[in-house]
Design a protein around this ligand. Structure first.
Ligand code: ATP
Length: 236
């Protein structure tokens, strides 16, 4: 059974419908990608899943429990965590203070010590910069901090929105390497990416979102060979 399942989800903003019956599944311990073009509705799907945008219809279940319309707060308490697009760090605060805030909710607090050690082991650069103000770090370092803050929440599912946006290919590879390490620890992850090529290279399974619906899904390796995906998203 999938750890998280979304069925026939619709939502939008005001009168504007963005999701038109989208569905996907996250298998426990796997890295799943949700890819698609600019404006396909990927961020909207993540925000609806997290409870930041109200679902209009459909169902979301997590670990066998229906969570469709729970608040973002309740979903965070259950273990859903989002690393948002644009990082949303507290730029005037230090690395350490940002990590403390990441662990401030109910799930994270009891595991602060273990998780901060884990973060420093996986992302040693953050340990070197622990007292530096977040806003003075490079884009790549800030993205590392955003990932680390997500880990501090002790998530059962960690979701990333456009992790690679604005980063060089080398930094992107290094962050994806971090995701591989987290996967080897058994964490379930959802990677939302416009960079289809990179996302398919790192994930196990992928869903393609197009105009608010999932149109293609499959093993990431197979999708990278799929003629439709290659033509529409890989420019081949
Ligand atoms: P991107 O990679 O560009 O973020 P996306 O696939 O994540 O694309 P969304 O951000 O979900 O797509 O946007 C889907 C559509 O919803 C777009 O047409 C966008 O303009 C619209 N939209 C997003 N947020 C809002 C909002 N708060 N109010 C109104 N429309 C919105």
């Amino acid at each position: 059974m999938a750890l998280l399942e979304i069925n026939d989800l619709s939502s939008g903003y005001g009168e504007l419908q963005i999701l038109w019956g989208a569905g996907l599944r996250l298998e426990s311990g796997k890295l799943t990608a949700l890819v698609g073009s600019n404006g396909a509705g990927k961020t909207t799907l993540l925000r609806t899943l997290m409870g930041l945008v109200r679902p209009w219809g459909g169902a979301i279940s997590f670990d066998g429990q229906t969570i469709t319309s729970l608040s973002a707060h309740a979903k965070a308490d259950l273990g859903l965590a989002l690393v948002p697009e644009g990082r949303q760090l507290f730029t005037d605060m230090t690395v350490y203070e940002n990590l403390e805030l990441g662990a401030a909710a109910q799930r994270g607090r009891p595991h602060f010590k273990r998780n901060i050690e884990r973060v420093f082991e996986i992302l040693p650069r953050l340990k070197e910069r622990v007292n530096q103000k977040a806003g003075t770090m490079s884009g790549g370092e800030q993205q590392m901090l955003a990932v680390a803050r997500g880990i501090m929440a002790e998530p059962r599912i960690l979701m990333f929105d456009e992790l690679s946006l604005g980063l060089s290919p080398i930094l992107t590879l290094s962050l994806f390497e971090t995701l591989r390490k987290l996967k080897s620890e058994g964490l379930t992850m959802l990677l939302v990416e416009q960079n289809v090529h990179m996302a398919l290279a790192v994930s196990d399974y992928a869903f393609v979102l197009s105009e608010g619906r999932v149109t293609i899904e499959g093993e990431a390796r197979a999708l990278a060979q799929n003629p439709e995906v290659r033509k529409a998203y890989l420019g081949i």
